[in-house]
Design a protein around this ligand. Structure first.
Ligand code: EPU
Length: 420
């Protein structure tokens, strides 16, 4: 067990390079097993969630080898089973992408009900609706989801009742080799959806419209192996942008796609930070006061829910009162209790948080309640007076590669320490 010890006060300065996108990687790795040839993935982030996915792949007979330069080779020619054992899969949300991927491979799949960050109810009805529409029988027994398609997957039309990243990805995985044409409407438009479609298309799939509300897939019978580079992580980049602004620093964030960061950049500008965009980097600096503002989380291209906790810390440093409305998850303010230990004044009613600007945050002993909450607590520690200890950092390690090293290189005083 480890914890982070953060001493506040440093203004972050310098350059930080962003890793590959977690939410793209956790979809693209399972997608690689649909391929009929070996795949090489570049810019794969070395994070806890990717490690679990690769361990699941190894368990079911996929050969996976990770090189030092974040390149992953995947050979699924000897894959043995359509059943994903429960021990690993129940710990992470994205394990349910094996449902769609193995369905494409074997016309059947069994995966446990997913775990992952506890952000409130996380139903999967839209995933199952799409599998049924593709011709599958779906059942949930003893915590396992079973999907089977006796007569082969057939193209279909699905209108999603709610915009869901996971359901969009699982449906693409299941439909990519289905017979005929599948039309998915009211889909998610996040950059990782587009990345998954680009990856599958690089193998010979016929997927159009990713990044819009409607995705059309003409099923193909064969997918060749490919070499593909995963996009940079929008939320990791946004987290360093927020940290730069919170500390009154001046940071160049490299290996990013500035277009993916627009909703974050525009909020930072409104808050009083300067954001300068280059081709593959952004520079964030702040010298004036933090200005209060209101934020509503929305599906892409709106302001991402995964940046909400980090901005709550930033807005706590403002000169007024801000309102944050969470419109994706039922329960994404659990971290507020931890922030209150640091003197932050945020009151929460249902999905709305009122953030009162305070001049000073105090160091304290806190726990990461989930991945992005953990990132927010680190940012709070960076601006706090005194020392902050962040525990339960396995949440943070799930999604941030080398966060202590990257922040340390920017001048932060942060150490990873063993807990006795
Ligand atoms: N929903 C349903 N039915 C479904 C699926 C979703 O009602 O069948 C609802 C959810 O309850 C939620 C909303 O739809 O209220 C959106 O859920 P979505 O399916 O889009 O989320 P997800 O795929 O489970 C991904 C990311 C999350 C991120 C959300 C929203 C991955 C592995 N996870 O979750 O990332 O918050 O999209 O953008 O891609 C994180 O990285 O910290 C994280 C939690």
């Amino acid at each position: 067990m480890e914890k982070f010890v953060v001493k506040g006060g440093a203004c972050l300065e310098g350059t930080v390079s962003i890793s590959g996108a977690k939410n793209a990687a956790v979809a693209i790795l399972p997608a690689a097993i649909v391929s009929d040839g070996p795949c090489v993935l570049q810019n794969v982030p070395k994070i806890g969630d990717v490690e679990i996915i690769t361990r699941i792949m190894t368990q079911i007979g996929v050969k996976v080898s990770f090189a030092a330069d974040n390149t992953l080779e995947i050979d699924s020619s000897a894959i043995e089973t359509h059943v994903v054992p429960q021990d690993l899969s129940r710990h992470m949300r994205a394990s349910y992408y094996f449902l769609g991927a193995l369905l494409s491979k074997f016309n059947k799949s069994v995966v446990s009900l997913p775990g992952g960050c506890n952000l409130g109810a996380r139903p999967i009805d839209q995933h199952l609706k799409a599998f049924s529409a593709l011709g599958c029988d779906v059942s949930v027994e003893y915590g396992m989801i079973k999907v089977a398609c006796r007569n082969g997957l057939r193209g279909t039309h699905v209108f999603f009742d709610t915009v869901s990243v996971g359901a969009t990805i699982n449906s693409i995985l299941a439909a990519v080799k289905a017979e005929g044409r599948t039309v998915l409407e009211n889909v998610a438009k996040e950059p990782h959806i587009v990345d998954l479609a680009n990856f599958l298309n690089s193998m010979g799939a016929d997927i159009r419209g990713a990044g819009t509300d409607v995705i059309k897939i003409n099923g193909v019978s064969y997918l060749r192996g490919t070499t593909y580079t995963i996009i940079p992580d929008q939320i990791e980049a946004g987290t360093y942008m927020a940290a730069a602004a919170a500390t009154g620093g001046d940071v160049v964030i490299t290996n990013v796609i500035p277009k993916h960061l627009e909703s974050i950049s525009s909020r930072l500008k409104r808050i009083g930070a300067e954001v300068i965009e280059y081709d593959e980097s952004v520079r964030v600096r702040r010298s004036g006061p933090v200005i209060s503002t209101n934020i509503r989380t929305m599906p892409h291209p709106g302001f991402p829910t995964d940046m909400q906790p980090q901005f709550a810390v930033l807005l706590s440093l403002s000169d007024g009162t801000s309102i944050i409305t969470e419109s994706i998850w039922d329960n994404r303010f659990k971290y507020v209790d931890e922030l209150r230990r640091m003197g932050v004044r945020i009151s929460v009613t249902d999905k709305v948080a009122v953030v009162e600007g305070i001049r000073k945050i105090n160091g304290a002993r806190v726990k990461a309640t989930d991945l992005r909450a953990g990132a927010a607590l680190i940012i709070a520690g960076l601006v706090a007076e005194g020392e902050t200890t962040v525990e339960d950092i396995y949440h943070i390690d799930r999604g941030y590669e080398d966060i202590a090293t990257k922040l340390g290189n920017l001048g932060a005083d942060i150490k990873r320490v063993d807990i006795e």
